[in-house]
Design a protein around this ligand. Structure first.
Ligand code: DQA
Length: 145
């Protein structure tokens, strides 16, 4: 099973930016620990991060071309306004789970709207980096088509 984890703008600064909101663990540590977990479960996890919308779309299309089984995506602030990322997720027909480190529903009003979530199977938010593991566990354990 091949799963892609895509993290959008500023998420490479996790562990540096607003630690009270996004946590103290670094981007590299989050990816390394998730990859180790996936490896133990026999899953191939690739981690991709970009601050550019087009590169995120290219990565989603790559998942289609290279037959990934699932996508876990934290689109960062693009969550709130990128119809292009919504359309890319909708195009590829790969089960996609949207994850946010923070609970976007109890912050500024503009964060509570996700334009990308309607193209996804579901959304996990408010559990910090553990949310990525929750999404991974869905692909590993849930009885899904
Ligand atoms: C975020 C929430 C977004 O509103 C914000 O712009 C981010 C991170 C999260 O993981 O909580 O960059 O996606």
């Amino acid at each position: 099973m091949k799963i892609m984890l895509i993290q959008g703008p500023n998420l490479n600064f996790t562990g540096i930016r607003e630690k009270g909101i996004y946590g103290t663990k670094s981007y590299d540590d989050i990816c390394r620990e998730l990859k180790e977990y996936a490896f133990l479960k026999g899953v191939e996890l690739e981690c991709f991060q970009s601050n550019c919308e087009g590169e995120i779309i290219d990565c989603i299309q790559k998942c289609y071309l290279e037959k990934y089984n699932g996508i876990i995506i934290n689109p960062g602030a693009y969550t709130h306004y990128s119809y292009a990322i919504h359309d890319a997720i909708a195009s590829v027909n790969i089960p996609t789970i949207e994850v946010h480190l923070s609970n976007i529903h109890k912050r500024e009003e503009f964060r509570s709207k996700s334009v990308t979530a309607p193209a996804c199977k579901g959304q996990v938010c408010g559990f910090g980096e553990y949310g990525y593991k929750m999404a991974l566990k869905y692909f590993l354990e849930a009885d899904h088509e």
